[in-house]
Design a protein around this ligand. Structure first.
Ligand SMILES: Nc1ncnc2c1ncn2[C@@H]1O[C@H](COP(=O)(O)OP(=O)(O)O)[C@@H](O)[C@H]1O
Ligand code: SF4
Ligand SMILES: [Mg+2]
Length: 342
């Protein structure tokens, strides 16, 4: 059974009396203990999708989906408060800018203590306080902060960005989530700090079997840490498969462009060679192309691309393109299994 099973989720915004489809029928599923990457350049709708999953988008966004199952429960049948109660119990999210998310006026100890759920404590008031303190120290150790005393007394501005991110992860872990959504957790960090945060997430996944949705605009950055990857472009589903399939057997021109622009995939090129990039930039929400939104930038675009492509699946490797790559004649003879449009 899938942990998370979302089909055709759309997120709409009404702007100047115009309906803008910021996320257009995207599907995403996750299994228990899976680490899935969610990749696409800035403005692809990754954060909107993550926020829609945890239910924290504000009222101006209208979210709808054909299916939204969490651990076999059909969340669309529940009231909004019931859905929120389940999701906030089981899913935690960490954000790109930890400094901005922590309260600058409260020390780390208090912020962590607040995050510990009352249901994990028992006994009289003073006993609960002792348990809170012990749980705070344990959480800091879990995220690799050994000098817990100094950290507990510190305010966010006294810590480095990487330490703040560890504190954010500790706050997320306080609720013992089944799924952790990490939205660009290492953006604006130096390489050594990035490695530390990724290693920490990987160890939490292995020790606690915690599923992780790892969001990044940089495909190469997360390939070492994920089992599967979903690629998005301009609010549309592009491709999903194992990390190996995405990196080595990309079927979508956009995924291939992401791979081609990665130094890791181009080690064979002579030093100082220019890496391939797509012309142009991602469209703004007010001027979205019709059909496949990659059309104006796509080297394979043809007339058919003014119609949005449906998703085809080949042994679980899903792609949304009228003219996918690696379509050899043999594959064309046995057509890819059609699924619903995602
Ligand atoms: N609060 C907002 N108001 C209006 N537009 C927004 C808001 N947040 C995001 N957007 C727009 O929605 C699109 C997707 O944004 P986002 O989900 O943040 O992309 P990503 O996380 O992939 O960089 C972008 O075009 C962005 O400008
Ligand atoms: S559907 Fe057309 S425009 Fe879109 S990625 Fe495929 S070939 Fe390119
Ligand atoms: Mg984002």
């Amino acid at each position: 059974m899938n942990l998370l099973d979302i089909r055709n989720l759309s997120i709409e915004l009404i702007h100047d009396e115009q309906n803008i489809l910021a996320v257009d029928k995207v599907s995403l599923s996750m299994k228990e203990g899976e680490v899935r990457g969610l990749v696409g350049e800035s403005g692809s709708g990754k954060s909107l999708l993550a926020q829609a999953i945890v239910g924290v988008l504000d009222d101006k966004w209208y979210v709808h989906a054909d299916r939204f199952h969490w651990r076999g429960i059909d969340l669309l049948r529940l009231t909004i408060p019931e859905r929120k109660a389940i999701l906030s119990r089981d899913i935690a999210m960490i954000f790109q800018e930890p400094m901005a998310c922590l309260d600058p006026t409260t020390n780390i100890g208090e912020q962590l203590a607040e995050a510990i759920d009352e249901s994990q404590l028992s006994g009289f008031f003073w006993q609960k306080q002792q348990q809170r303190r012990a749980a705070t120290v344990k959480l800091l150790h879990k995220v690799g902060i050994k000098d817990h005393d100094a950290c507990i007394k510190s305010y966010p501005h006294q810590l480095t960005e990487a330490l703040c991110q560890r504190v954010m992860i500790a706050i997320a872990l306080a609720r013992q989530p089944i799924l952790l959504i990490a939205d660009e957790p290492t953006a604006a960090m130096e390489n050594t700090n990035q490695g530390q945060v990724f290693r920490l997430l990987a160890s939490l996944n292995q020790l606690k079997n915690m599923a992780i949705l790892l969001i990044s605009h940089d495909l190469e950055n997360i390939t070492h840490w994920t089992n599967t990857i979903t690629v998005m472009y301009s609010g549309q589903f592009v491709e999903a498969g194992t990390t190996e399939q995405i990196f080595n057997k990309a079927m979508h021109p956009y995924t291939q462009a992401l791979v081609d622009s990665s130094p890791l995939a181009n080690l064979h090129l002579p030093a100082k060679s220019r890496l391939m990039t797509l012309p142009g930039s991602i469209p703004i929400l007010q001027h979205l192309p019709i059909g496949c939104r990659l059309g104006p930038r796509c080297p394979r675009a043809q007339q058919d691309c003014v119609r949005a492509p449906s998703v085809t699946s080949f042994h679980g490797h899903k792609v949304s393109c009228h003219f996918p790559l690696l379509m050899n004649p043999k594959m064309k003879k046995s057509p890819l299994k059609k699924t619903t449009r995602a």
